[in-house]
Design a protein around this ligand. Structure first.
Ligand code: 6R9
Length: 572
């Protein structure tokens, strides 16, 4: 269905005519924005921080930080010094060198950002983890990547299974009174005494920058590697899509454990020298509105699940804050419901601009630009320099309105460089015709707008978090009462999807409410709170293929009362 377009917003936009720029744009031109195109020396952290610290922006606020206990701000000059200090701690005490994998596993505090950028200054590859990860999730990621160092806090440290990680050399602990030895390093004390001067590691465009683990429907989470070259697209999209201007105060609500929190929580804004707001602590609607009011946030990037929760908190609440500073609001991570767009127009007098991309694409790909008419429910159009299409399973483009694989022509700058340790997996993303296949299904309308339909595989999106059913199932069957488990995403008006588990019990166990709760706690402690199934159904037997794979689409069909489709591969 085609929904009405909203009026084109007015303003001094960089991208005045989509069609014109789309036709003429060349990535080679964008590279000229960076000094390395002349010097050949580059480092994304230099481009994000040091460059501005050495310019007219040196005393401009780079970071506004706030959580329930802290309220701080840092200029670009201060950020340069502090990221250098963090780099020195990692270099001098943890022996971090170019190419090493350094993981960060800590709450969103300024120290997290100093550490990420400090590590990048050394040429290290940063692997960000969600605070919510439990031992198994931490182990898989550190093990697969051969991580050398993890930076964490005393509270989270117990979830790092040191004895199972032979490559891990140092744990850098950000907390008070940390006992040091050959293995543990006291970050705060070393940070205090470290020099503000650091010799930057100049790297090549294809040297590693970020390693984001993401879940598929089968197998363990995979490590998506991004290289320094990606920043060209981070920069360019922050220009076109985030529409950042010199005086903007920008707020991206995402945690760096999610790719949005690194690419658009760090690089997008800072490559532009923008003032960046970072808020720690838990989500509370009134705190969010207060943040916008207090800092005068002009550009705000969040996710449908958050907008839906704000919507749930009621329109009265919005009216008690002054949100008139807002100029541009954007969304990513899940389909943005048309009713949320309409709500945004009503309460903020702003259209929420949807953007589509993936961990693997490394930056925004299909977007609603500020200058574009929005069709609520559509993700928008591909950015200049990117060719997107809907293709069939052979890689042939299909006509408008026909549903198919959302595919991108290979060769955009921020495309994943590889999947860590898994060339085969990397290659499996591509189809004849040099198409990168997203795993999403969508269609394109006759005006070139793209409309999201769903995941082709079974990955669950719950409150903006991507959860692989296989990971949850694997955890479930570790429980002594559970014989088999199948996990699906069940549509939910607030969370996008909730996790529903179908469980076959071992002999001798009886279904009960207490057992359901015990199982929920088991997943919570073993994997992550967001991965615990909110709903559990006990079954005698689960539908499986002959080769033994649980057929989630059948579970989903049962749950939602839909046709089950082809059952020829199902076991008798
Ligand atoms: C950035 C990010 C990627 C998957 C993607 C798709 C879903 C993201 C969306 C969207 C509908 C949008 N997704 N943006 N679905 N509309 N605007 O989210 O990366 O965590 O890797 O997830 O998220 O299914 O394939 P990631």
């Amino acid at each position: 269905m085609k929904l009405e377009a909203l009026p084109v917003s007015k303003g001094n936009y960089n991208l005045n005519s989509y069609e014109e720029v789309y036709q003429s744009f060349d990535w080679k031109e964008a590279e000229k924005e960076f000094s390395w195109s002349e010097t050949g020396r580059m480092n994304a952290a230099y481009e994000a921080i040091d460059k501005h610290a050495e310019s007219f922006r040196k005393n401009k606020i780079a970071l506004y930080y706030r959580d329930p206990d802290r309220d701080e701000k840092y200029t670009f000059k201060e950020m340069k010094d502090l990221t250098n200090k963090a780099g020195n701690v990692l270099k001098n005490y943890a022996n971090v060198e170019k190419g090493d994998r350094v993981f960060v596993f800590m709450p969103r505090t300024p120290e997290l950002y100093f550490t990420i950028l400090g590590a990048i200054k050394l040429g290290a590859i940063v692997g960000p983890l969600f605070e919510a990860f439990m031992e198994g999730a931490v182990r898989d990621r550190l093990d697969d990547s051969g991580a050398k160092v993890i930076v964490t806090t005393p509270e989270l440290m117990d979830r790092v299974p040191f004895d199972q990680l032979p490559n891990l050399r140092h744990v850098v602990v950000v907390g008070e009174n940390v006992k040091e030895d050959d293995f543990y390093i006291d970050f705060l004390s070393r940070f205090k005494e470290s020099s503000k001067d650091l010799e930057l590691e100049w790297v090549d465009l294809t040297d590693g920058l970020l390693l984001h683990y993401t879940s598929g429907s089968t197998g363990k989470p995979k490590g998506v590697l991004h290289v320094h070259n990606a920043m060209i697209q981070h920069y360019q999209t922050a220009n076109w899509v985030l529409d950042l201007k010199e005086d903007d105060v920008y707020w991206c609500t995402a945690d760096p454990g999610w790719v949005t929190g690194t690419v658009y929580g760090i690089f997008g804004p800072w490559l532009h020298g923008a003032s960046n707001v970072i808020v720690g602590g838990r989500f509370k609607p009134e705190n969010w509105y207060q943040t916008i009011e207090d800092y005068g946030v002009t550009v705000w990037y969040s996710a449908p699940t958050a907008f839906r929760m704000l919507m749930g908190a009621g329109d009265e609440l919005v009216k008690s804050f002054d949100l008139s500073s807002l100029r541009h609001v954007l969304s990513v991570g899940e389909p943005l419901n048309p009713e949320v767009v309409r709500w945004g127009v009503k309460v903020f007098e702003k259209r929420i601009h949807d953007t589509w991309w993936m961990t693997e694409t490394g930056a925004q790909i299909i977007c609603n630009y500020p200058c574009m008419e929005i069709k609520p429910g559509s993700m928008g159009k591909p950015i200049p320099g990117v060719e997107a299409a809907i293709v069939d399973d052979q890689g042939n483009e299909v006509p408008p309105y026909r549903m198919g694989n959302l595919a991108i022509k290979k060769g955009w700058p921020s495309m994943m460089y590889t999947i860590w340790n898994n060339k085969e997996k990397y290659e499996s993303y591509f189809m004849p015709g040099d198409w990168y296949v997203s795993g999403d299904s969508a269609y394109m309308d006759d005006e070139g707008y793209f409309w999201f339909q769903g995941r082709i595989d079974d990955v669950i999106m719950t409150s903006g978090e991507r959860v692989g059913p296989f990971e949850v199932e694997s955890k479930l069957v570790e429980h002594p009462a559970i014989a088999e488990a199948g996990v699906i995403g069940k549509p939910d008006p607030v969370r996008g999807e909730i996790i529903k588990a179908f469980i076959a019990l071992r002999d001798g166990y009886e279904p009960s409410e207490e057992l359901k709760e015990e199982i929920r706690q088991f997943v919570k402690k073993g994997l992550a709170a967001h991965a615990a199934p909110r709903e559990i159904d006990f079954k005698d037997k689960l539908p499986k293929t002959r080769s033994g794979k649980i057929m989630r689409r059948v579970l989903k069909a049962w749950e939602l009362d839909l046709p089950t489709g082809d059952l020829s591969t199902m076991e008798d």
